[in-house]
Design a protein around this ligand. Structure first.
Ligand SMILES: [Zn+2]
Length: 84
């Protein structure tokens, strides 16, 4: 805790709170990365893995974003009730 930080907290409490929250968040992210245990095989935190399918070539993958075949942002999440 620096003097500057303490002064800042007195002068501008809102900004200091925001900065404090950002620091806390950054620290938590670092901690999560450092304690990054590999997930247990078979331990699914949120049920079955979501499936994605390219609406151009129909290739399926477990991650969305770019289709590995089309190399384009054409992947759609399966299982959702959204009809395109
Ligand atoms: Zn594709």
């Amino acid at each position: 805790m620096s003097i500057v930080y303490t002064l800042k907290k007195i002068v501008d409490p809102a900004a200091a709170r925001e900065e404090e929250a950002q620091l806390k968040k950054a620290r938590e992210e670092v901690r999560q990365q450092q304690s990054g245990d590999p997930p247990e095989p078979g331990a699914e935190p949120e049920g079955p893995a979501p499936r994605w399918r390219c609406h151009c070539c129909g290739v399926e993958d477990e991650q969305g974003g770019y289709c590995p075949e089309c190399l384009a942002d054409t992947m759609e999440l399966l299982g959702s009730s959204i009809d395109a």
